[in-house]
Design a protein around this ligand. Sequence first.
Ligand code: NBY
Length: 835
Amino acid sequence: VEASIPEPQRAAWKKFTPKGFTTPEEFEKECVRHIETTLARSLYNCDEFATYAGTALAFRDRLVLDWNKTQQNQTFADQKRVYYLSLEFLMGRALDNAMLNVGMKDVAAKGLSELGFRMEDIVSQEHDAALGNGGLGRLAACFLDSLASLNYPAWGYGLRYRYGIFKQEIVDGYQVEVPDYWLDFNPWEFARHDITVDIQFYGHVSKYQDDNGTSISVWEGGEIVQAVAYDVPVPGYQTENTNNLRLWASKAASGEFDFQKFNSGEYESSVADQQRAETISAVLYPNDNLERGKELRLKQQYFWCAASLYDIVRRFKKTKRSWKDFPTQVAIQLNDTHPTLAIPELQRILVDQEGLDWEEAWSIVSKTFGYTNHTVLPEALEKWSVPLFQHLLPRHLQIIYDINLNFLHYVERTFPKDRDMLSRVSIIEESNPKMIRMAFLALIGSHKVNGVAELHSDLIKTTIFKDFVKVFGPDKFTNVTNGITPRRWLHQANPRLSELIASKLGGHEFLKDLTLLHKLENYVDDKEFRKEFQEIKYANKVRLAKHIKEANGVSVNPSALFDVQVKRIHEYKRQQLNIFGVIHRYLAIKAMSPEERKKLVPRVSIFGGKAAPGYWMAKTVIHLINQVGKVVNNDKDVGDALKVIFLEDYNVSKAEIITPASDISEHISTAGTEASGTSNMKFCLNGGLIIGTCDGANIEITREIGENNIFLFGNLAEDVEDLRHSHLYGTYTLDSSLQAVFDAISDGMFGDASHFSALVNGIVEHGDYYLVSDDFASYCKTQDLIDEAYKNQEEWWTKCITTVARMGFFSSDRCIDEYAEMIWNVEPLPPKQEQ
Ligand code: NBY
């Protein structure tokens, strides 16, 4: 790779390469310069937002210098790179993270205060980058942070949605969706108008003979949409290494055709073409764990996969290596099945464009990809109808048929006796219309498949992928238990706790090696430490109480037990179990004497989370929570004993306030349904205890922190199937306390009962698929145990501190090292030392 400035002139260039700031004064200079010149504002019209912008631009300059060096270093090093393909990156805010990673937050805080601003106010001006739904998108963001911090040469590839996940407003207790237009001012992205890829859709396939008489397929006609790259720097913690997140935006191809249209007076239709093209990357689909088979979604997927692969292949071709080296230079990880089209697309590039024969190409393809599964819920498994696919991607359909044919031949040879096997493992489901099973394609086209927690990785092998274990053997399947980045979820969200830990462990090394936390166990009985630990939790609760007062107008007592469930609203996650438990508690309080009420542990039940706009049952749960809140919070008999809060618009930046403020958080999915969960880890790392089912990563959390430090309840995954069967075909009686809750709802205690009848009937009449009734008694009993445990404050704090000390395993750094070793076979590339 040649540098474009000739050697004799490089000295002149280097003399002027910016060096960045190191003192508060230098920071101020950069900040003010940006406000006055880049933003064209002055002393007289500089508000907090402009100051945020100036601060962000000053730090951006610093990031860009590291980023340029890193990218150059990665290009020269010529070693294997990782590409993480994800339709979602739920990044949240970038400024705070950038300041902490480069280690200059204190410098900036001092500078800002000299300019008359408070750091907190400035940081909170930033709009969240909310290009994701929930856990899957946030996991991708944590992984980018770890990849950069551990110096892995890695890129993320995603879509640059103009609208991220909608903003949630609560109006009269109902969720209302408001568009999230977030790009008005985004200093963290760089438009690369020179990096574009033409993406083809529709059209038809023709066969030709080449000079040697072999037939070649050519995808012709249809329409072209242009992909434009937008790059976002991803800084590592305490390392110069700064990786790239490349997001694609769609644009009308600037072809002759449009030009002609325009000149011939068809202004309107040429503008319409442009808008249609831009629609592809316009909006993030707001469903989590639900697949709806919409054409625009398939267009998004192909657009993004094709642009990313073109880019990856282009980069590889610059190395002039032979194709067989591709899998030794490139590892591509598929974040769920959303990027599965990358598999037939690479096969198409190699066979149709590069002229490799099928077998050789397939051997390269199937060594390149790894596939991460995030769910076993049937309604979440992606399928695309063959007619739709045929229309949009005719050549890819042929390729998928050929992949399937080869695969089924192999299965047939290996299991000649098992006739049903072929239809069970076929990529094509023989339904009407026929459907393409994307998970099967992802699995067949990858060299490793992983689940995201031990239980989940076991479950995929015994349920959805059972037959494939027979076909490929068990070694194709592995587990990488999820993790979270301690930089954002401890150091940034809970700076006081991070400092306290650092003061005991002799520095912040634990932020790079979270297992060092185990040394905190030495301080479990340290009076000073315990006091400080409690004070921090209290201060975090005061901060959340203040937010609740501002947002909901309700005063909550910071000494009460804060009980939090924040995550997407979904029947399997069972927010309904929680709110029924709250009603049960309310009824109990109402039945008590004033003396008895005084002895209760006061509790604040805090909910937050978005429902997919078309998910009626989830929206009904939100409505019920708000109705219960309205009644309970205004009931004079209850007072501090119980408050019920629904926090509007739960997102990453709200999570940073909520997570450090919980005493108990709820992770109560029906056993076997939550693949991992990651907020469970965040709460524990911040010294909160959890109530949970034996599901997802709760099981491993229990193993790490000890059974005494977690409140587990409910039926086990292995019993779920039988229970469901017995609901439908056996004798079935509703839990009696739950019946009392339903009676209260039917009596109109929380407003018009008909609003909630679908929710109640799902349990009473339609088989209680999520086992709410089966787990209700055990849930309530466990909640009582929590009250008892909280009364014993000494023991309570011992549990909290022990929990923090034992969370080392759940760093996303550990995950990334496991992926690197077991799946990608890549090594870190430390930044080059300055000569
Ligand atoms: O991925 C979540 C899992 O539910 C959670 O248990 C796990 O911890 C986390 C990270 O591994 N899955 C998730 O968030 N899924 C989605 O957001 C999602 C989004 C879109 C679609 C499917 C799932 N879709 O098909 O459109």
